[in-house]
Design a protein around this ligand. Structure first.
Ligand SMILES: [Zn+2]
Length: 294
């Protein structure tokens, strides 16, 4: 599950970086020319000379690892345990013997580098939201339990330090997306559900009023779902897809007490990435993680 070899040898770690980074061939990070030649080394990293602009670079140049004085192998360990085990940054700083501030900054930088694919839905889709208590600096507070009845649904906005996070489960592709937003309003919902197709998209929602306009729109065929706390006929699986992902997202965020609302997106991208590597063996998982950030 954990690629231990990568954590003991800096040279192996560097080789993996080179392998992933130049997977489409070596190019100059400054002028993008593909005319680089090997040109000595920088510590354990291969160095190159660009024949177009005459500058040199190495395997780390222009990556999230570039400025880091922390050995790459420690980064791999940090990133793997964060993505795989959801280790908090406080725990990581102890494991790596690096200061909390440094680890925090590097992890943030890594998370920001992750790809965030916009939902490409096929449909039918199920959509729902959860609300996370996250202030400007972040606060240590748990979400109070709430009733999911139609009129008392908890809702909030980014502005009120309770940003909504949309969960979209696409039954067409089997993909689930977790997407933080500024507000749970009509325009956000339209943007998320835009599939660019002629036929109407079947959308399962609950009774929240922001989904109301979908009823009037030919682009959508709105269907209702009833949340599990309510009374509903025998177990409709589609109803539960979003709910189970919502609780997954809450659990994912919970070790990172005091997440600021502007950091929600990168943290949730990491959750998306975790789903992708969950069933992969350690080496493959680490490679996929690096591919996403490089
Ligand atoms: Zn160049």
């Amino acid at each position: 599950m954990i690629p231990l070899k990568m954590f003991v040898s800096e040279r192996r770690a560097a080789n993996l970086l080179a392998q992933v980074r130049w997977r489409d061939g070596i190019y100059c990070p400054r002028c993008r020319a593909e005319s680089a030649i090997r040109y000595g080394s920088y510590r354990v990293f291969q160095r190159y000379l660009c024949k177009d602009c005459g500058r040199t670079f190495n395997d780390k140049t222009g990556t999230v690892f570039e400025q880091s004085t922390i050995p790459l192998r420690k980064w791999y360990l940090a990133v793997c345990s964060y993505i795989r085990l959801n280790t908090s940054i406080r725990q990581l700083d102890a494991e790596l013997a690096v200061s909390y501030k440094t680890v925090y900054r590097r992890v943030q930088r890594f998370l920001r580098a992750l790809d965030a694919p916009r939902p490409q839905v096929e449909g039918p889709v199920e959509i729902d939201e959860l609300y996370v208590n996250a202030g400007k600096k972040g606060r240590e507070r748990d979400q109070p339990s709430r009733s999911r009845g139609l009129s008392t649904r908890g809702r909030g906005t980014y502005h009120e330090d309770k940003p909504p996070v949309f969960i979209i489960a696409d039954r067409g592709t089997g993909e689930t997306y977790v997407h933080p937003a500024k507000a749970a309003d009509e325009s956000t919902i339209r943007l998320l559900l835009d599939d660019g197709k002629e036929e109407s998209l079947t959308v399962y929602t609950d009774g929240f009023r922001a989904y109301g306009p979908l009823d009037e729109d030919d682009a959508f065929d709105r269907q209702y779902v009833v949340h599990s706390e309510g009374e509903y006929a025998d177990g409709d699986v589609h109803v539960n897809t979003c709910e189970s992902h919502a609780s997954l997202a809450r659990r994912w965020l919970s070790p990172h007490r005091g997440i600021s609302k502007d950091k929600l997106t990168p943290y949730l991208r990491a959750l998306q990435l975790r789903k992708r590597v969950r069933r992969k063996p350690g080496d493959e998982a680490l490679k996929t993680i690096l591919e996403t950030a490089l």
